[in-house]
Write a protein that binds this ligand. Structure first.
Ligand code: DOR
Ligand code: ZN
Ligand code: ZN
Length: 406
């Protein structure tokens, strides 16, 4: 293949360790073909899919089924998360053997498909994963606070965006991070804190790292780009995401922590829903989350263009750190000679406007619609094969399952 790269910049493909591709169970929101096409168009060459599908990825059969579905149609490489619940401790090691790349623990959950496990289960699961050197991704919110406050707010007839924020108080996140850090140390198991949303979590994360806990964390474009104030423009209920996008006082500290390295990883929590699912009159009926996998890189390149973020730090948070933390280096890594040619070609000068109608995700209800960006991934190569060129998928699906060390 001969390609002209005159004046272009190349970087490693992004590894997004937090996406929801919805298959099996919710193909009207997304499936493996649309979600990985969106990833390829966003410069993402590997995705890790979350287990809150239907059926949830909580058994050996579910891991095998999901890998088989993805292998058929995925445009980029993928890992499959297993879920931890109170009834599947005995299945966790067989799920590793079946190909789960890592596991997700929902400490806080309102989803009956992936109910929050007990503290005893969480600790026991971490002991198992610690023996395998597997890092576990944790949705860190206090379940009792979420459930109790949710119940009381609904009983009081509250159904607005402010009620959603009152339910997801900062303390719910801060407490869960502190607790899982203690469990991580006790179990000798590395943990990864998903979607850090509160500036109040930053000192707790820093303290855990200082104490030698093997803890890493991520945040997502919406937490470092938006605040509740954007509800005036987008609709307060449309803004619903768990954990919530909070007041404007959180955005700058989270952004500084991500760009400076205190937050290790940029993921997206790509959580596509149909537009009609995001615009219902009661916030409790609005589906939480946003698509993100196709817009993340260009939003970050815009920060590179303004001088706020270095391209080197972007590559570290989007590719190197996820590869290292989840054991993908060097086979899928981007650090050593001999790594896979998962490469993205950038046009750093390209001005563009994000248009929801042009996104490949089926759940294209993006809060970034209309935003002007500078810098665009124009070609995505997975293991040396061009899968995306100028916003189009150009080769047959050939995504492969990845797994870390075990
Ligand atoms: O906003 C969210 N959406 N948070 C979650 O934890 C789940 C996700 C989803 O699957 O829609
Ligand atoms: Zn989550
Ligand atoms: Zn998620």
């Amino acid at each position: 293949e001969e390609i002209g790269l005159d004046g272009a910049t190349v970087i490693p493909g992004a590894i997004d360790v937090h996406v929801h591709l919805r298959d099996p169970g919710f193909p009207h929101k997304e499936d493996w073909a649309t979600g990985t096409a969106a990833a390829a168009c966003g410069g993402v060459t590997t995705v890790f899919d979350m287990p809150n599908t239907n059926p949830p990825t909580s058994s050996v059969a579910a891991v095998r089924d999901k890998i088989a579905r993805a292998e058929e149609v995925a445009h980029v490489d993928f890992g499959v998360y297993g879920n931890v619940c109170d009834t599947n401790l005995d299945a966790l090691e067989p799920m590793i053997a079946a190909g789960a790349v890592a596991f997700k623990i929902y400490m806080g959950s309102e989803n009956t498909l992936v109910p929050a496990p007990s503290d005893d289960t969480i600790l026991s699961a971490l002991e198992i994963f610690g023996r395998h050197g597997l890092r576990t991704t944790v949705h860190a919110e206090n379940q009792s606070i979420l459930a109790g406050r949710g119940r009381r707010l609904k009983a009081a007839g509250r159904s607005d965006a402010a009620a959603h924020l009152e339910q997801h108080i900062d303390l719910a996140e801060v407490e869960a991070i502190g607790r899982v850090a203690l469990f991580s140390r006790a179990a000798g198991a590395p943990v990864h804190i998903a979607h850090v949303s509160s500036a109040q979590s930053l000192p707790v994360l820093a303290a855990a790292k200082r104490d030698g806990t093997d803890l890493s964390c991520e945040t997502c474009p919406h937490y470092v780009t938006l605040s509740v104030a954007d509800g005036a423009r987008l609709g307060d209920n449309f803004m619903r995401v768990k954990p919530p996008v909070r007041g404007p006082e959180h955005r700058a500290p989270l952004r500084r922590a991500l760009f400076g390295g205190a937050i290790d990883v940029l993921s997206t929590d790509h959580a596509p829903h149909r537009p009609e699912e995001k615009t219902r009159p009661s916030i409790w009926d609005c589906a939480p989350g946003f698509p993100g996998v196709e817009t993340s890189m260009r939003l970050m390149l815009t920060a590179v263009a303004s001088g706020e973020l270095t391209l080197g730090r972007y590559v570290e948070m989007a590719a190197e750190a996820p590869a290292r933390l989840f054991g993908l280096a060097p086979r899928k890594g981007h650090i050593d000679v001999g790594s896979d040619a998962d490469i993205v070609v950038l046009d750093l000068a390209r001005h563009n406007r994000i248009d929801a109608a042009l996104l490949h995700s089926r759940g294209n209800a993006t809060p970034f619609h209309g935003i002007e960006t500078i810098g665009l991934p124009v070609r995505t190569m997975v293991r040396g094969r061009t899968v995306m060129c100028e916003g189009r998928i150009v080769s047959a699906a050939s995504g492969a399952c990845v797994r870390g060390r075990d």
